[in-house]
Design a binder for this molecule. Structure first.
Ligand code: CO
Length: 667
């Protein structure tokens, strides 16, 4: 990401005022000048390299040590509050570093001061396993393809061209690791066979073959061959038009072009994004990918805070198929791998139309060497149909078209892709949408109907599975002290005052402690949640709030004793509310790789801390209950889920009355 020149002695207020002035001068054009570095700017490639170097030098680490993750250690909320008053140089640049010795594997959490060139802390975490790095994944792939036992097993199945073989390492759940390998940095793998050099890598599973590897020593521990009694099915799993027999592309689409001759209506200065009253800072790290910082909406000449920080903190994908092919298959795509590390460059097009702005992301490999993902974050503006409208017989038509600002990034996690969109609307609404696409895992089986999945091809099924996503929503509605209320709609019983049973009331129940903060979606009550600032009233005298409108809420459908629940307790509820703690970031624990128990939300909330009128964090659990369909083979059309955050009494009336009509559209 852009690293700006330092602005010595400047103050942030002055900086923000200058940004205001320059944005106005440019009439909404994008700026390319390097602004001074804000304390929330992600670490640059150079800073990532230095953080690794300082750690290596000051601890005298050998080449056997690897860096699982390096990210900005964000300044505390307290420090950021004072950012307006403090000189730039008062903010030390610090990095959170997770590293491990390949000979022992135990994680070490360290903090490095880049400003002072020194290691600040060194916290060994025995028995905990850092996430798997992309280079370990690649190493394992090439190692296994040279492994004679695997080559022989494939030859027995008639596969001899190793260039067409793909080995896909998955992380283990701790208790599923076979006894002799417990405590080691192990993974298990699927094996796939491409039908040809350009063919779909995930169309032809090699059934029964699941090698177990030690990622630290780069060796295959066990072949894991259940035999080849399940011969490969004859499938047509290709999606590239040239490879689909008889495919003729449709020819009846005419061009659709979006042009913005005067440029987009947003401004981007470094990582500061402003559009139609909205302002926010964009961040990025190895694990969450995109982070939305300090989100506010300008109202009456001042920016009112709405959220301090919004991100995705975990994904849990249990496959609901107990057969030998799939019982190990529970993925934590954020904690075991990292959405940031999996982020794909949008250089080749993100399929957004119009004037697009991009931000690059700096990441690193396990040796601490940085690299850049070009165009990691996409920012653009979209027309979104009608915003509001009325037709009056006397005055005619009054209508406003809606625009939305979209900030998005795409992650490819082996066979699957997640497309993540944060959308900001002129009426104060925020929409968070996830689209899942890519290629489903499939397995050949004997004729008939599969018990734990859907038939999608001849003798081939895709197992049932769930994608749980945990959004971490550090909302600060008009300030830090907020209370979350469960809001249920309740019909009143029939009675003298309610003879026809029409009476409907709204029940707002404050959530006072973490136990009460464990909330489930309730369709019968149309439950939503209000994040209320009890200390700030609107012009009507009611309290200012934002409503979390649930969408994509899915139940765990798992016995509490299941190892999936023990590792990912978060999936048991739709919403969790905790008091803000700087170090509580990962809802299923710091290191889900090889974990046996959840050291995140389950453990924190056991203390049942008070959450009333304080700085709260909401953990919203949503996702896709994926019962595959034949129409999702051989590549899935996007499956889309979303939730919304909507102002409720945050404004006194429709805040979008002042949106100007589009030329030629209305009076
Ligand atoms: Co799925």
């Amino acid at each position: 990401m852009t690293s700006g020149a330092r602005l010595h002695g400047a103050r942030w207020q002055a900086y923000d005022a200058a940004v205001d002035a320059t944005s106005a001068d440019r009439g909404g054009q994008l700026t390319t000048s390097a602004p001074p570095r804000h304390p929330l700017e992600p670490l640059s490639a150079e800073e990532l390299r230095r953080a690794a170097q300082i750690t290596r030098e000051q601890r005298g680490l050998s080449e056997r040590w690897r860096f699982a993750s390096i990210e900005l250690r964000e300044p505390s909320k307290q420090a950021l509050r004072e950012a307006g008053e403090r000189p730039v140089d008062d903010f030390p640049r610090e990095a959170n570093v997770v590293c491990f010795d390949r000979d022992h594997d135990d994680a070490v959490k360290a903090v490095v001061s880049l400003s002072e060139q020194r290691l600040v802390s060194w916290d060994p975490r025995p028995g905990e396993h850092p996430p798997i790095s992309n280079d370990e994944y690649d190493e394992c792939n090439s190692l296994l393809k040279r492994e004679p036992r695997l080559v022989a097993a494939l030859a027995r199945r008639g596969i001899t061209d190793m260039d067409l073989v793909i080995v896909d390492v998955w992380a283990f759940g701790g208790e599923l690791v076979p006894e002799p390998y417990r405590g080691r940095r192990v993974g298990w793998a699927d094996v796939w066979h491409r039908a040809g050099p350009e063919c779909n890598p995930y169309a032809n599973p090699v059934a029964g073959l699941h090698p177990i590897v030690d990622l630290a020593t780069a060796e295959m521990l066990e072949l894991g061959d259940d035999g080849d009694d399940q011969p490969a099915a004859e499938v047509m799993g290709e999606y590239a038009p040239a490879l689909v027999p008889g495919m003729r592309l449709r020819e009846d689409l005419r061009p659709l072009q979006i042009t913005q001759p005067e440029g987009p209506s947003f401004t981007l200065d470094g990582h500061l994004l402003r559009w139609q009253r909205w302002s926010m800072r964009l961040g990025f790290n190895y694990r969450e990918g995109l982070v939305i910082h300090t989100l506010g909406y300008e109202d009456g000449g001042r920016v009112r805070p709405i959220a301090h920080r919004l991100s995705f903190a975990e994904m849990v994908i249990p496959y609901r198929d107990p057969t030998p092919e799939h019982f190990r298959r529970t993925a934590f795509d954020i904690g075991e791998w990292g959405l940031g590390f999996m982020t794909t460059s949008l250089e080749l097009g993100c399929d957004c139309l119009g004037e697009i702005a991009y931000l690059d992301a700096a990441l690193h490999d396990s040796r601490g060497e940085p690299h850049t993902v070009k165009n990691a974050i996409c920012i653009h503006e979209e027309d979104a149909g009608v915003l509001w409208k009325h037709v009056d017989e006397r005055t005619g038509l009054d209508t406003r078209r809606m625009r939305r600002l979209v900030v998005s990034f795409h992650a490819t996690v082996a066979n699957y892709e997640y497309l993540i969109y944060w959308r900001f609307y002129q009426d104060g609404n925020i929409e968070c949408e996830v689209r899942a696409t890519g290629i489903m895992i499939t397995t050949p089986f004997a004729d008939g109907q599969p018990p734990f999945g859907t038939l999608v091809e001849r003798r081939t099924y895709a197992p049932y599975h769930q994608h749980f996503i945990v959004a971490r929503l550090d909302l600060d509605v008009d300030g830090e002290d907020n209370t979350v209320y469960a809001v249920d709609s309740e019909p009143l019983p029939l009675g003298a005052d309610n003879p026809d049973g029409l009476a409907l009331v709204q029940r707002l129940v404050p959530l006072r402690s973490e136990r009460e903060g464990r909330q489930d979606f309730d369709w019968r009550a149309q439950r939503s949640w209000h994040v209320v600032n009890d200390g700030v009233c609107n012009g009507l005298g009611t309290k200012c709030a934002y409503r979390l409108v649930p969408g994509g809420a899915i139940p765990a459908l798992l016995d509490p004793s299941s190892f999936v629940v023990r590792r990912a307790g978060a999936i048991q509820h739709t919403l969790w509310v905790t008091p803000y703690r700087e170090d509580e970031r990962w809802p299923c624990g710091d290191f889900p790789n090889l974990s046996t128990e959840d050291t995140g939300l389950m453990q924190w909330t056991a203390a049942d801390r008070p959450i009333e009128n304080t700085d709260v964090v909401l953990w919203y659990v949503f996702g896709i209950h994926h019962l595959p369909r034949p129409e999702e083979w051989p590549v899935m059309p996007v499956d889309t889920v979303s939730f919304w955050l909507k102002p409720v009494g945050f404004f006194d009336r429709n805040p979008a009355l002042d949106v100007c009509p589009e030329p030629g559209h209305s009076r």
